[in-house]
Design a protein around this ligand. Structure first.
Ligand code: MRU
Length: 366
């Protein structure tokens, strides 16, 4: 998508073979491109959320394994020695962010490619090809999600007799969280190209404010009208009739259609349900986890440092943090929550729009 009129993706390989990404921790204040030179760079970038969002952390993880094999070869490792170094780094990559299933999906695909051949140089090439393929697949999936979601937006727009549509979203499920287009934002970007009049409500998404910082920045650069509201205001704008549909992303969706997404999604879904507003979840098939039956019990919910709750980050002659709670008070920082399938109108996937139930999910995945 566009940044100052120039097209960017979230992660790419430059002409010199270097892995490049955008430092999301500096947005919206500064646009900085970073090079991920080592597997440790990738691990740090995913952990501290320089790179964030389910599909893109999956792809970054795959490049991390590629860099690890390169490091192993430079150290002179071959055979078992190279295997154990690669596995050690893969485990570290997997542990960076436990909730989004995309990371596990990518690491597994990448390791399959690693074990497919014998020679270290072949392994390296295989893994690089797989990482590149994962990137391409995620980008294409986002575009397809956009095409499928566009049908819903068009229908609503026609129903509203071409009056401006109000769409509410939570967190950042845009191109920054994917490779391009996004999940929740992909249909919105495509609707813009069709001339559909839209206004987007963005919930700020405390504690890290991915909505206020990243979604707002993306939409601003791509010319889409939007307003930032506090997380607590979502229900009120719905009650006032100011929301036609809600669309969010997902970090992991179960076989039963229960959706794990950024903390606060559940409350937004409850408010949408109470106000009879359609609540859509947009996700690529890499975000399904067919092994989970009970989302609340089985999905590992990331708990981040409580300082992200106790301090707020903003810009004043540079990016600064200020304490907003009593220093000695305890805080908890849950990263994600579970929205039960009964609150979800439909899942917008790259394989079509489906009801959030086992039969429909199995039909597109198996
Ligand atoms: O903690 P984050 O910023 O990585 O969480 C991101 C989200 O929760 C997104 O909604 C999710 O990754 C799905 S959209 C691509």
């Amino acid at each position: 998508m566009l940044v100052n009129g120039k097209h960017y993706k979230t992660i790419w390989i430059d002409k010199g073979g270097k892995i490049k990404t955008i430092d999301q921790n500096l947005l919206p204040f500064k646009f900085k491109i970073l090079t991920l030179d080592s597997s440790e760079d990738v691990i740090t970038a995913i952990k501290n959320m320089t790179v964030r969002g389910a599909p893109v952390i999956g792809v970054a993880g795959a490049y991390g394994i590629y860099l690890a094999i390169k490091e192993g070869i430079i150290k002179g490792y071959r055979g078992k020695e190279l295997d154990s170094y690669t596995i050690k780094v893969s485990k570290k990559i997997l542990s960076t962010r436990p909730t989004a299933i995309n990371l596990k999906y990518s690491v597994e695909r990448t390791l399959e490619a690693y074990y497919f051949t014998e020679l270290p140089e072949q392994k390296l090439l295989n893994v690089l090809n797989t990482a590149n393929q994962l990137l391409k697949t995620e980008e294409e999936a986002s575009y397809k999600i956009g095409i499928n979601g566009l049908r819903i937006i068009k229908n609503l727009f026609n129903k509203k007799k071409h009056k401006e549509l109000n769409i509410l979203t939570h967190c950042n499920a845009g191109w920054l969280a994917c490779i391009d287009y996004g999940t929740a934002l992909a249909p919105i970007y495509l609707a813009k190209t069709e001339g559909i009049k839209m206004h987007i409500w963005i919930e700020e998404t405390r504690p890290r404010n991915q909505g206020a910082r990243l979604t707002a920045w993306e939409l601003l650069h791509n010319g889409i009208k939007h307003t930032i509201i506090t997380d607590n205001a979502g229900g009120y704008v719905m009650q006032k009739g100011l929301v036609d549909m809600v669309i969010v992303g997902s970090d992991r969706t179960t076989i039963n259609g229960d959706v794990c997404n950024k903390i606060g999604t559940y409350k937004t879904a409850l408010a949408a349900f109470d106000n009879k507003i359609p609540f859509y979840v947009a996700l690529p098939i890499s975000s399904f986890d067919l092994k989970i039956n009970n989302a609340l019990k089985e999905i590992p919910i990331e708990e981040r440092n409580s300082d992200e709750v106790k301090f707020i980050e903003g810009y004043n002659k540079g990016i600064n943090k200020v304490l907003i709670t009593p220093q000695k008070s305890k805080a908890k920082n849950f990263g994600f929550d579970i929205t039960p399938a009964r609150l979800v109108t439909a899942l917008i996937t790259d394989k079509g729009i489906i009801r959030p139930d086992k039969k429909q999910i199995e039909k597109i995945l198996l």
